[in-house]
Structure formats: structure tokens, C-alpha cells
Unconditional design. Structure first.
Length: 271
């Protein structure tokens, strides 16, 4: 935990871990040779940063809260190869940041993510940061369930499809809410993500894929024909479903990622 003069801010979703065994376990979700560069998002009081500095060649820690500057300076005073940058990771070109500081075109990411930015930050990593080779991120347990879900399960949704389209996603281990200070109201999990260097499935138009997935899950109790008609119109929806050999009476949560890709490609051919 930070020192007694520091007040955790709800707007940043600040919950800290100070158990060195748990921090080492989080760091070790990634594979290390000792020569890697790693981006840490949300270093907080610097405990995880220290663990990463023992495993990586260089650590770049991005923290949004300037009030943590003196705390991080003290915590990291005897470490080497650590650079702290203050700002909003969601607004940063992370590839450029790592290239400028470390000269690293490829890097790992480790983060204890505030719950309110979990989904946009993970999508920022997967869609906009092509240099990420693997990531270990602390997320709300329910979010980990959604991102690793299989078709047909209640947890399977739009975020599942968009994450698994771009990366292998695995729940590494669960973390009790009691491990955090202050204690949140929910349990957490560490999610291990390995972005594909070459995606096994490639949509012809990824913007169309996002639109189809969002439309399909926007009314998940409805059939695909009805859910997709609300955005694309009935005739186009039926044409695309027929071209993809998908029963219009199915629901979104039953479709595999491959079927979503084929469906998006089919919509792209309709005038």
C-alpha cells in the first residue's frame, strides 16, 4: 500500500496489492528470458513494477495519477531499467512509447487494470498496439469469464468474439478480493493474452465484423434474423445469413468466431 498520506481515488479504481508472493505470481504469467521490454499499466505503489524489473531488461510503467509520483520514486529508488511515465494509457501510442524509450518493437504488457477501463484498454492493446507479444492483466472475475467463454455459454458475448478473434485468451488464476487494499466488492482473475501474429481467421472488413457482432448481441434474446435486421434491414440480413449457411433462427451466442467472420464477409458482398 502507498503511505498513510495517500488517499485511494475511486475515479481511478485504485486497489493495491502488496503481497510479494502474489505479485511474483502475476509477473510469472508471462514467459521471461531476461532480455524483454515490458510495459506496465497502472503501477500503483510500485510492488509489481519491482517484480517486473527483476525479470525484464527494461520496464516502462504508465501511471495516470500524479499523486503517486513520490511514492513510486521511493519504491523504485534502488531498481534499474525502470522508466515511469504519467498519463492516460488509453490515449497513448503504446508502440511508439516503447520504441522511443526502450528501442523495443516487440514487448510484453502486465497490468492491474482498474475495472472501469478494462474492456477499452484490452481492445486498445489488441487493436492498436501491434508490438504486444503477450499480456498478463488483472481483471474482474466476470470479465475474465466473458473473454475466455466458449460459444453456447451465458458468458459468451461480443467482447468474447472480438478478443478471441485477435488473441488466445486464458484465465491464468483467480485472485480473491481480500488480496487488495482497499478491498473491492468483487473477486478478480489474471487473464493471459497472446495476440496472434497471423490471425487464424481474417475478416475482409474488420469494421463490418465489429458492426455485425455488436448488432447480433445487442438483442441477444432475439433470433439472428431479428437482431441483425435492426441494423442492416430484413432483406440484407436474410441474404447474408443464407450466404453464410447460418440458420436465421439461431441466436448470437451459438455462433463460432469463424461463423461471425463468414457472416461479416457475406454482408460485405451485399449492395
Amino acid at each position: 500500500m502507498p503511505n498513510k498520506g495517500f488517499v485511494c481515488k475511486k475515479k481511478y479504481g485504485q486497489n493495491f496489492i502488496d503481497d510479494p508472493v502474489l505479485l511474483a505470481r502475476i509477473a510469472d504469467v508471462c514467459q521471461w528470458s531476461g532480455d524483454e521490454a515490458v510495459l506496465e499499466i497502472g503501477p500503483g505503489a510500485g510492488g509489481l513494477t519491482r517484480a517486473l524489473s527483476e525479470r525484464a531488461r527494461q520496464v516502462v510503467a504508465v501511471e495516470i495519477d500524479r499523486a503517486l509520483e513520490p511514492i513510486l520514486a521511493r519504491a523504485l529508488a534502488d531498481t534499474s531499467g525502470v522508466t515511469v511515465r504519467f498519463g492516460d494509457a488509453l490515449k497513448m501510442d503504446l508502440d511508439r512509447l516503447m520504441l522511443d524509450i526502450c528501442g523495443a518493437a516487440r514487448y510484453k504488457v502486465v497490468a492491474n487494470l482498474p475495472y472501469y477501463i478494462t474492456t477499452p484498454l484490452i481492445m486498445h492493446l489488441l487493436e492498436d498496439a501491434s508490438g504486444v507479444t503477450e499480456a498478463a492483466v488483472m481483471v474482474q472475475s466476470e470479465v475474465a469469464d466473458r473473454m475466455t467463454a466458449a460459444p453456447g455459454s451465458k458468458a459468451y458475448g461480443a467482447i468474447t468474439v472480438m478478443v478471441q478473434y485477435r488473441a488466445q485468451a486464458e484465465r491464468a488464476f483467480s485472485v480473491s478480493r481480500r488480496a487488495f487494499r482497499p478491498q473491492p466488492n468483487v473477486d478478480s482473475a489474471v487473464l493471459h493474452l497472446v495476440p496472434y501474429t497471423e490471425k487464424p481467421l481474417q475478416a475482409k472488413d474488420e469494421t463490418m465484423l465489429r458492426s455485425v457482432v455488436r448488432a447480433a448481441f445487442s438483442q441477444r434474446r432475439k433470433t439472428l434474423a431479428n437482431a441483425l435486421s435492426s441494423l442492416f434491414g430484413r432483406e440484407s440480413a436474410m441474404q447474408a445469413l443464407a450466404a453464410s449457411d447460418i440458420d436465421p433462427g439461431r441466436r448470437a451466442e451459438t455462433l463460432s468466431i469463424a461463423e461471425f467472420v463468414h457472416l461479416a464477409d457475406a454482408f460485405g458482398t451485399i449492395d
